[in-house]
Design a binder for this molecule. Structure first.
Ligand SMILES: [Zn+2]
Length: 275
């Protein structure tokens, strides 16, 4: 009986020990599973963070590329604009407008009340050149001072320079002292030169500026300055020195400046409209 009781006790203890060992084992397994789960979760989070970081980096790079593209486009536009400006300037520098003060030197033109036509022509022409230069055009006088220059020589010089336009300025006279007003002459036989439109715009703008009488546009193929020039050309008679009222206006700077504004304005309109 004693041995049997001892045997039973020993068996119970072994069972208790086995149960205890099983609990420990279970505990260890649970801890291992937790460790594995935590490790996997941590790795997954790191991987997610890396993907997010890479995505953000790619987005940032895309923004940089886009910004660089915009910068390049703006730079190109600025270069184009600068280049266009240079072209326009060069084009204007190559194309000179010749303003011809009629007569000069020993050739005074008509004279009334000691007022000599060549002087009035020169004063108006110089003001036209000044106005055109203010507007950005290249402009020159056909004679610089009070010298005699043959009409044909003036035109041939303009042709050699391949001038853009040729505008001659004169004063008119008439036996009938009541006649007054502005008239413009051109050669209508050469329609390719477009001189008619130039004459019409200069006539229109000088009359508008001065309120003078608008007489007529005259097409005349025998006039040297308009027929021998290879560019669009016209000759404007800005007033009658034989008419006292008009002569008294022509000797004032104020009236001559209005005439010059009209001539320069007509030239500007001609160069900036197609018809
Ligand atoms: Zn004249």
């Amino acid at each position: 009986m004693y041995r049997r009781r001892g045997y039973r006790r020993s068996r119970r203890r072994r069972e208790e020990l086995r149960a205890y060992m099983q609990r420990i084992l279970t505990g260890v397994m649970v801890i291992c599973i937790i460790i594995v789960c935590v490790t996997v979760a941590a790795r997954t989070r790191k991987a997610t963070q890396r993907v997010e970081a890479e995505t953000a980096l790619m987005q940032a790079q895309a923004v940089i590329v886009k910004t660089e593209t915009v910068k390049e486009t703006v730079k190109q536009l600025q270069e184009d604009v600068a280049y266009a400006g240079v072209n326009k300037e060069e084009e204007r520098q190559d194309s000179v407008i010749i303003i011809d003060p009629g007569h000069g030197g020993v050739d005074g033109g008509c004279v009334f009340d000691n007022i000599v036509e060549k002087d009035i022509n020169r004063l108006i022409a110089a003001q036209v050149v000044a106005r055109l230069r203010e507007m950005g055009y290249q402009a020159e006088l056909a004679r610089q001072g009070d010298e005699f220059v043959n009409v044909l020589e003036r035109v041939e010089t303009a042709n050699r320079k391949d001038a853009l336009l040729y505008v001659s300025i004169h004063q008119n006279s008439c036996e009938d002292r009541s006649v007054r007003g502005i008239e413009t002459w051109y050669d209508g036989s050469d329609t390719a030169k477009d001189s008619g439109r130039l004459a019409q715009l200069i006539q229109q703008e000088t009359v508008r500026e001065t309120d003078a009488v608008s007489r007529e546009l005259v097409s005349e193929s025998d006039l040297c300055v308009t027929s021998k020039s290879s560019m669009p050309a016209c000759l404007i008679e800005t007033g009658f020195l034989s008419n006292r009222e008009e002569r008294e206006k022509l000797v004032t700077k104020e009236y001559r400046d209005k005439l010059a504004d009209g001539i320069a304005g007509g030239i500007h309109m001609y160069l900036n409209s197609d018809e």
